[in-house]
Ligand binder design. Structure first.
Ligand SMILES: C[S@@+](CC[C@H](N)C(=O)[O-])C[C@H]1O[C@@H](n2cnc3c(N)ncnc32)[C@H](O)[C@@H]1O
Ligand code: SF4
Length: 421
């Protein structure tokens, strides 16, 4: 009975995030006044740069991405530099940069010039970058290292060719992914690979085999993404295969935890497991605020959550005429900011009282007393000397909460793309 109540409470928490997340993501057209002239909430602001091109588009993916058109991509990189200038000229400075996509490495010459330009304008401590196995060659690995990339993250999703085909991912096969891992492993401070789970045709044994390969290769860091497509992609996957069952997700997740923890991997987020020192992962945990540039990127700054134009013509028109290409935005309430912070910190395994106080000027219990009490009663978190940490059981709940938040974000992306915003 107690267990049933607990499970019900956990399911309600995940549902709560789904509903609150939707409200959080109800952005309005236009740019909230004056938010870019406000100082940052904490001391640090990260920069996210979106490169929306891929050589082949995967069927499950809900990010803003377009098939590579070289001429357009060159225009785009020019626009990106203009957008960066808009921020730097306003006094923004960034020490940490995350380039995501799409596939940032689709045009290496443009990427190199962009990073060189960025470095000329500002000293950068940390560059993280996403890539696809297809772009990993000995030359590119050397170039990325020389450009100062410290964390390289490569999407693999699965080593199983049947799974890759079912997912509609044709950029590489399993054996190629293994070869590419061998090329990049050990070169960067952190080398991460992404695996996808809970695809309808995937069985726990399939994921277990993927994990076995990862461990055998000694990969530094693995991020496990539960499948979380936007509504249209969700329907298309279910039409073609079968229902996406979140109930199965728990079985997969338990296996991930067992398999990774028994081999010395430590969770740096509830999705990301690392081995060794100096591992870098999600910027949203370390940086309470981040500026986003590039089409279809989302940022959080000065208490405002915003999304850039997704449509490339709209995006380029704005940046080429010297305007911020922000399509939608929303000023968050203090409660929304507190909830966002709570979620991202627990996604990163712990909430540190000191960090919270520095950001919000009060102890977490003062404004999040009920939320923390419920999470503690359900056994999702426990108190520590410096704050709170997620329990082993709680990791699945936080994973479900984060999946709901990101699914909401994917819904927003799909909305903007389908309306050519
Ligand atoms: C934006 S992609 C960039 C990686 C690179 N373009 C590649 O795919 O090789 C980052 C990661 O997001 C994850 N991802 C993309 N679409 C997803 C979805 N619908 N559900 C869950 N994870 C997803 C994949 O694991 C992917 O590796
Ligand atoms: S998963 Fe990566 S390669 Fe595939 S479409 Fe999405 S961004 Fe492009």
């Amino acid at each position: 009975m107690r267990e049933a109540l607990r499970s019900l409470g956990e399911a309600m928490l995940i549902r709560f995030v789904r509903l609150e997340g939707r409200k959080f993501l109800e952005l309005k057209r236009g740019i909230e006044r004056g938010f870019l002239s406000k100082g940052p909430l904490g001391k640090k602001v990260a920069l996210y740069v979106h490169i929306p091109f891929c050589r082949q588009l995967c069927a499950y993916c809900s990010f803003n991405r377009y098939p590579l058109d070289e001429e357009l991509a060159r225009e785009y990189f020019k626009g990106l530099r203009k957008e960066l200038d808009l921020y730097i000229d306003r006094g923004f400075s960034f020490r940490s940069v995350y380039l995501g996509g799409g596939t940032p490495t689709v045009m290496m010459d443009e990427l190199s010039s962009f990073l060189e330009y960025l470095r000329l304008r500002q000293p950068i401590d940390e560059i993280s970058l996403e890539t696809n196995p297809r772009d990993i060659t000995p030359e590119n690995v050397r170039l990325l290292k020389d450009l100062g990339v410290r964390r390289l993250s490569m999407g693999v999703q699965s080593f199983d060719d049947r799974m890759l085909r079912a997912m509609g991912r044709f950029s590489h096969n399993g054996l190629e992914a293994i070869e590419k891992i061998k090329l990049a492993q050990g070169v960067f401070d952190t080398f991460n690979i992404d695996l996808l789970y809970n695809f309808p045709t995937q069985k726990p044994e399939d994921l277990k085999e993927d994990i076995r390969i990862v461990k055998e290769l000694g990969v530094d860091q693995v991020t496990f993404y539960p499948l979380m497509p936007a509504p249209r992609k969700h329907k298309a996957i279910e039409r073609r295969f079968s229902k996406i069952d979140h109930g199965r997700e728990r079985v997969f997740y338990r296996m991930i935890l067992d398999e990774m923890m028994q081999d010395g991997y430590v969770p740096s987020t509830v999705w990301c497991f690392s081995r060794g020192d100096h591992m870098i992962d999600e910027y949203i945990i370390e940086y309470p605020e981040y500026i986003a540039i590039g089409s279809g990127s989302v940022g959080l700054y000065g208490g405002v959550f915003y999304a850039n134009y997704f449509d490339l013509t709209n995006y380029l028109q704005r940046v080429n005429s010297g305007q911020f290409p922000i399509a939608m935005s929303k000023r968050l309430t203090r409660k929304e900011l507190l909830h966002y912070h709570l979620l991202t910190q627990f996604f990163g395994m712990s909430l540190r009282r000191e960090v919270h106080r520095e950001l919000f000027g009060r102890d977490p219990e003062e404004e999040l007393g009920i939320e923390l009490l419920v999470l503690r009663l359900l056994g999702t978190i426990e108190a520590t000397q410096g704050g709170f940490r997620v329990t082993r059981r709680g990791m699945y709940v936080v994973s479900g909460m984060m999946r709901e938040f990101f699914t909401g974000l994917n819904r927003l992306r799909e909305y903007c793309m389908s309306r050519r915003i």
